[in-house]
Structure formats: structure tokens, C-alpha cells
Design a protein around this ligand. Structure first.
Ligand code: ADP
Length: 145
């Protein structure tokens, strides 16, 4: 019985979250679980690198990711479930693990990775989540085309 489900969403790659959402939604419906969606914004990096970007670059990026996440939540069919949206900034897998722990989720549903990275069995963030999460992790594999 799952009470709280976390779906990390890479808003840039619909091909990763499109196959995952129906699985997570069905599980949330069947278990009466809360469904959390999380998008992580990665910082630009070093002060030297960020000096090449406009000052408000990170703020604008966060706003764009937030609005894209809201779009995903409104455009997908959640079958009556109201997802709880979260935005975090930092290392992707670390923020997924932190959110999973602070939200006390008991299941993380994650894509194996981008289909175009086909030769890799598991993306680098998905691998770290599987390795380190306290919660159960369901890895949704890309369907062969
Ligand atoms: P790949 O390198 O093939 O993109 P990843 O391991 O990075 O593989 O991605 C697998 C999954 O990790 C994604 O489907 C998503 O669930 C999660 N993920 C990746 N990037 C982000 C992000 N910026 N925010 C939230 N989750 C992410």
C-alpha cells in the first residue's frame, strides 16, 4: 500500500515523463496516494561560467521550469487526482532524494532515461535514485518503438 508517490519530471524531455505519468497516476488512484511532481533546476555552476549569463538568468530559468511543470500538470489527464507540484534547485538526483525524504514518500516512479540515450540501461540520475533512495523505486523503461 503506497501513501505518497513522487514523480521527478524532466520538463525538457516529454519523452521521459509521458510514459511515466499514466503509471504513477494509476498507482496513485489504486492506492489512494498523494501524487507529488518535482522538477529540479540545475544551477549554472561556477561564478566564472555564470558571469557569461544575464544576472537574472537563474531566476528566469526557474520561472520557466515552474510554468512548464504547471503546464504538464494541467495538460495531462490525472483522472481526478490533484498533483502537488514542487520545484527545487540543485543537483538533480540529490534534490530528488531530499524531496523523497522530506515528503516521506514511499514510492518514486522514474523513467529509466531518455529514449535517445538508448544504449544506456539507466540514466545517471535514475541510477543514483535507485541506489540511494530509502523509498521503493519503480523504473519505467522506454517502450521499444
Ligand atoms: P538521461 O541522462 O537519459 O536523461 P536521467 O537519469 O537524467 O537520464 O533521467 C531519468 C529520470 O530522472 C527522468 O525521467 C526524470 O524522472 C529524472 N530527472 C532527470 N532530470 C530531471 C530534472 N531536471 N528534474 C526532475 N527529475 C529529473
Amino acid at each position: 500500500m503506497f501513501h505518497s508517490i513522487l514523480v521527478p519530471i524532466d520538463v525538457e524531455h516529454e519523452s521521459t515523463y509521458a510514459p511515466v505519468l499514466p503509471v504513477a497516476i494509476k498507482l496513485a488512484q489504486d492506492h489512494g496516494a498523494v501524487l507529488h511532481l518535482l522538477a529540479v533546476v540545475q544551477p549554472v555552476g561556477s561564478a566564472f561560467v555564470s558571469s557569461f549569463f544575464p544576472e537574472d538568468f537563474e531566476l528566469k530559468l526557474s520561472e520557466q521550469v515552474k510554468s512548464k511543470l504547471a503546464q504538464v500538470a494541467t495538460e495531462s489527464d490525472f483522472g481526478g487526482i490533484e498533483p502537488v507540484l514542487h520545484l527545487a534547485q540543485g543537483s538533480i538526483y540529490e534534490e530528488i532524494l531530499l524531496a523523497a525524504s522530506s515528503l516521506s514518500v514511499d514510492l518514486i516512479v522514474i523513467a529509466a532515461g531518455r529514449p535517445e540515450q538508448g544504449s544506456f540501461l539507466l540514466g545517471s540520475n535514475a541510477a543514483q535514485v535507485v541506489r540511494h533512495a530509502d523509498a521503493s523505486v519503480l523504473v519505467v523503461r522506454n517502450q521499444p518503438s
